[in-house]
Write a protein that binds this ligand. Sequence first.
Ligand SMILES: Cc1cc2nc3c(=O)[nH]c(=O)nc-3n(C[C@H](O)[C@H](O)[C@H](O)COP(=O)(O)O)c2cc1C
Length: 348
Amino acid sequence: MPTLFDPIKLGDIDCANRIFMAPMTRSRAGEGDAPTEMNALYYGQRGSSGLIITEGVYPNVDGKGYVRTPGIVTDEQIAGWTRVAEAVHAKGGKIVMQLMHCGRVASHHNKPEGSRTLAPSAIQAKGAMYTDAAGMQPHNTPEEMTLTEIEQTIADYGQAAKNALAAGCDGVELHCTSGYLPAQFLSTGTNRRDDDYGGSLENRHRFVLEVLKAMSDAAGAGRVGIRICPGNPFNDLSDDNPEETFNTLIEKVNPIGLAYLHVIRMKAGVDNIALAKGFDGPVILNDSYDLERGNRALAQGQADAISFGRHYVANPDLVGNFKDGAELAKPNYKTLYTPGPKGYVDYD
Ligand SMILES: Cc1cc2nc3c(=O)[nH]c(=O)nc-3n(C[C@H](O)[C@H](O)[C@H](O)COP(=O)(O)O)c2cc1C
């Protein structure tokens, strides 16, 4: 029976252990939304992890929603990520870039000039988000995407995957939960389209499947993962039947031969651990795990690896800490999203 300390192969990605770092937005990108030396230091410090999944990274400028988040579009951004990937590889780690298009979850105060807020339907998300320019701001009311804009966005995911690999990343992950664009297409509450991308289950699946195909064509399916959390109501997301939406999505995703399925087990009306069993490849489980609970999930055949989010904020060598049985440091929640090194690269 494997433990979290054993190696694992996810598709074409060889990982030294099964203690993964979950994606975490930290809002510290530099000029032009490019990663900085400080970002490279942060990820390098966490390089003993078997696999780092980066913070959400926008695949095109319209996909940016949050303040100071990075992209993988410009040469400057690719160069920044190259330094990040080098820092992780120097520690023997692997790194997958999470591609995150926020869709309607966005404030124009946070977005690059000339960018727009697009979504499957023109329905404003309830709630507000932080901006440097004007404090808390409501989400923009999005414009409904045209078919041409959908096609372009799918192509942009493919180009972003290409760029991530050119920067030296070992793979890419589609952020398909938490109320962002792919989840907006899947869910009945946010998708009111009456064309090929809305209405029936098959039509609501179409965007996600075409994005995964574009990413797989660019990176090879063995270097592409998908992150889901069926039933997650985050960012005003609602679906009439998330269990059906995701069970049938997984059936259609299986033939692509992805590297992994990454599931947040959050209890939100759907048994996500049971649902993950429908996936044909390796499963990464997340949410509120520690070493003991993680090893139990492996022993019970629920997961092949575990990703840790909050523990990684203040414990850069989480693998070493687990090995030593050390008491884990607590993160400073006040500095999760603040600029600068404090609470970011100053943990031992
Ligand atoms: C500061 C912070 C930022 C996060 N940003 C992202 C993100 O960019 N993409 C994503 O998929 N999840 C994001 N999450 C969710 C985490 O990946 C993870 O699911 C959550 O923290 C629960 O896991 P944990 O109990 O191990 O912390 C974020 C969580 C935190 C605490």
